[in-house]
Design a protein around this ligand. Structure first.
Ligand SMILES: [Zn+2]
Length: 326
């Protein structure tokens, strides 16, 4: 789980909608394209970002036949006018559904939603369910509004009702405008963003009110699990600040949500397995991007974990997260 896929061709949404720094692609050389954010260069991607067969071949080199794919967070476009974001989301979701149709043994897709508009998000969620999507991917905040806010609750409630799994991916990292150097939004901002999302969903009582909703958090939950001691202590020493909307302790929720394995660090992954539980860690790569685990779980194979735990990490836990108890 946790790999990103784009269509090879994107309409020029900025021209279509008449505003905004929507992403478009410039295929400037064979096998590569420039992702352009408005007129600004965002990043160069290779054909393993859009060619399903190239991806299957690269994955098979690591004995991994199935990928759970979702769009690239920069495509979320929660800043756009809601109807335009719906239209963009539908385009991306239809493409993902097409890839799954063409390669049903190799791909499972998570849809994207116009989270800035609750009604439109619910509408697209219903359509995704009818199309057979088992889950959605959403950002760690929506235009800097935390996921604990009331406007998102009906969406989460519908996900629980429809048996739709939810993958939370960091994006629009807090403070990124103050730390553009050294890739800090990715190295510092992303782990903090993910912890922001976990904490918001716990302290806002979302996990408490929707106990059957299955969340999975990117990058092993970011800084949430490594700082669980601090978060728990904060809950205990200042309940007047922390426990105002939910009386349950943060540690109560350990083992109740999933995280991926993208840590690049066997020692940290052992800790994550300990704290989140061996049933809650899924092989996640962030492929095909450079910060991803591009050797698809090789570091996990070298950890001398029992076969039963490897099976859980490599597929069983992902199936349980996506579809519920098997
Ligand atoms: Zn990712």
């Amino acid at each position: 789980m946790h790999t990103h896929l784009l269509p090879e061709r994107l309409p020029n949404f900025a021209n279509k909608f008449g505003y905004g720094d929507f992403i478009h692609l410039e295929h400037h050389r064979q096998g590569f394209a420039r992702m352009m954010k408005g007129n600004a260069f965002f990043r160069e991607i290779g054909n393993n970002c859009w060619d399903p067969q190239v991806r299957i071949d690269e994955y098979m080199a690591y004995k991994t036949p199935v990928q759970v794919v979702c769009t690239i967070p920069v495509m979320f476009s929660y800043w756009a006018k809601p109807a335009d974001c719906l239209s963009l989301s539908q385009f991306l979701n239809d493409h993902l559904a097409g890839v799954v149709d063409d390669y049903p043994e190799h791909y499972i897709a998570l849809g994207t939603l116009p989270m800035q508009d609750t009604e439109l998000a619910l509408q697209e969620l219903q359509r995704l369910k009818e199309m057979g999507f088992p889950g959605v991917q959403i950002g760690s905040n929506v235009n800097q509004i935390n996921l604990s806010e009331a406007q998102f609750f009906p969406i989460f409630e519908a996900c629980q009702e429809l048996n739709i799994a939810v993958f939370i991916h960091p994006w629009e990292m807090m403070g990124q405008e103050y730390m553009p150097k050294y890739w800090l939004p990715w190295l510092v901002g992303m782990p903090a963003e993910t912890s922001r999302a976990v904490c918001s969903l716990i302290f806002g009582g979302i996990l408490e009110r929707l106990p059957k909703l299955r969340f999975c958090f990117a990058h092993a939950g970011g800084s949430f699990l490594p700082t669980i001691g601090r978060i728990q202590h904060g809950y205990e020493c200042r309940p007047d600040l922390v426990a105002i909307d939910n009386k349950q302790s943060p540690r109560h929720y350990l083992g109740k949500f999933w995280v991926d394995s993208a840590t690049h660090d066997p020692q940290l992954l052992r800790f994550i397995l300990d704290v989140a539980g061996e049933d809650r860690v899924c092989l996640g790569t962030d492929y095909p991007f450079p910060l991803g685990d591009l050797e698809i779980g090789t570091f996990i194979e070298k950890m001398n974990l029992p076969e039963s735990i490897l099976e859980k990490i490599f597929y069983k836990n992902t199936l349980e997260w996506l579809y519920g108890t098997m």
